[in-house]
Design a protein around this ligand. Structure first.
Ligand code: PAF
Length: 288
């Protein structure tokens, strides 16, 4: 059997910068794909998009402790660096950046990036501190690598808008690209957290996308937003979700909840819990 290709891995910021500087010397473009590992086909689609745009692709693997609240799943979060590295090597990724917590947050670390407005809605109130953790680590990764582009999944639509905002506001010279959500055959959005689901929960989980799709179509057909949202909420609970953080329609860019569709693009968003697993998904409203 041919040997698996090895993936060059660096764990320090100077080593990352040294590799990228050599590519820059040769006038090569660089893409960054930030991840927390436990890679699935969704992540590999981000890599493919990065690869279609740049000569060199760097993937970061860092389970960022500051984006998990005290009651969340940091210690249980799936970790498989060697499995991830093998997948990335097969995709032709040139470099894995896998820093330690100490490398990213040295002793005395005291700076936080807060993106206001966008984080007041959807997941923001349900995950206090989460977006500060994301915004801070992504700002650091962008400044460490200074890539031409960075790619994030549309499944985390709110995160994508927050990252676009911070790059713009902080004048970080990078193009932020969103990649479409990759789904299982039954419609469930791929997520590292799907690994937590029991067989029964996995069956119920598929209904999140169906309910959201029906909500989006009902809105496109002119049903009033509040009534359609209430129906979707009832259906999620009937399907077996333990609780629903939100199921709502909001402006696709500002994320402000909306009462009635207008000229601006809107999306349907949901976050719901199945036992200890929190799932999120979002869809465009057809025709918008
Ligand atoms: O989407 C994720 O995996 C994480 O939130 C990110 C962007 C890598 C930051 O830790």
């Amino acid at each position: 059997m041919p040997a698996e290709p090895a993936l060059p891995t660096v764990r320090t910021i100077p080593a990352l910068r040294e590799r990228i500087a050599a590519w820059r010397e040769a006038d090569e473009s660089v893409a960054l794909v930030p991840t927390m590992g436990a890679l699935h086909a969704g992540h590999l689609s981000l890599v493919a998009l990065a690869r279609s745009r740049c000569r060199r692709v760097v993937v970061s693997l860092f389970v960022n402790p500051t984006q998990f609240a005290a009651n969340e799943d940091l210690s249980a979060y799936p970790r498989d660096e060697s499995g991830d590295a093998a997948k990335l090597a097969r995709e032709g990724v040139e470099l894995l950046f896998a820093p330690s917590v100490g490398e990213m947050y040295p002793q005395g670390f005291a700076t936080q990036v807060t993106v206001s407005a966008l984080t007041r809605h959807l997941c923001g109130p349900h995950r206090p501190g989460h977006f500060e953790g994301v915004a801070t680590v992504v700002t650091k990764l962008l400044l460490q690598a200074l890539p031409d582009i960075a790619v994030f999944g549309e499944k985390d639509w709110q995160q994508l808008q927050v990252i676009r905002r911070l790059a713009l506001d902080l004048n970080i010279p990078v193009e932020i690209l969103g990649a479409p959500t990759v789904r299982e055959p039954d419609g469930l959005a791929m997520s590292s957290r799907n690994a937590y689901l029991t067989q029964e929960e996995r069956r119920i989980a598929a209904s999140l996308n169906r309910v959201l799709g029906d909500l989006a179509h009902a809105l496109a057909a002119g049903e009033p937003c509040r009534a359609a949202e209430e129906k979707a909420l009832r259906r999620l609970l009937e399907q077996g979700f333990t609780s629903v953080d939100y199921v709502t329609v909001a402006d696709a860019e500002t994320l402000q909840p909306i009462d009635r569709l207008g000229a601006r693009p809107a999306r349907a968003f949901a976050a719901a819990r199945l036992g200890r697993t929190r799932l999120i998904d979002n869809l465009p409203i057809p025709g918008m």
